[in-house]
Design a protein. Structure first.
Length: 125
């Protein structure tokens, strides 16, 4: 099967905070979920969560990169905040949690360049 991804992805074991958005939500009442990253690329992220997210759901993601995992020329800690859309979510085999794939919808240029640098520095190729 031919890989269709536009960006290289790398494994990522970082804690994330995921906020589920809906038409009835206001910024003060977003539903927050603590999740664990699985992999990340310039186009999106997948993560493990205790809850399943419905495809097409909108999420606000907050990923904190640990100091030893930040690109060399970055500050000691970097937080990536980005909006995303759930592309798929399924039960993680042999576990009680779910794995979810999210496509980034918008990302600031500086954050995007930082993310690509992170992926490049953490790739095994």
């Amino acid at each position: 099967m031919k890989e269709r991804r536009k960006y290289e992805r790398v494994s990522m074991e970082l804690d994330m905070e995921v906020f589920l958005l809906s038409d009835s939500d206001s910024n003060a009442s977003l539903s927050s979920h603590r999740c664990r990253g699985r992999d990340i690329s310039g186009g999106g992220v997948s993560f493990f969560a205790n809850s399943q997210f419905q495809p097409e759901s909108l999420l606000r993601l907050r990923i904190v990169f640990e100091p030893e995992q930040t690109p060399v020329d970055a500050s000691s800690e970097k937080m990536l905040k980005v909006m995303g859309k759930v592309m798929w979510s399924r039960k993680n085999s042999g576990s009680d949690n779910y794995v979810t794939g999210v496509e980034f919808l918008n990302i600031y240029d500086d954050d995007f360049h930082y993310l690509l640098e992170y992926v490049n520095e953490n790739s095994s190729s």
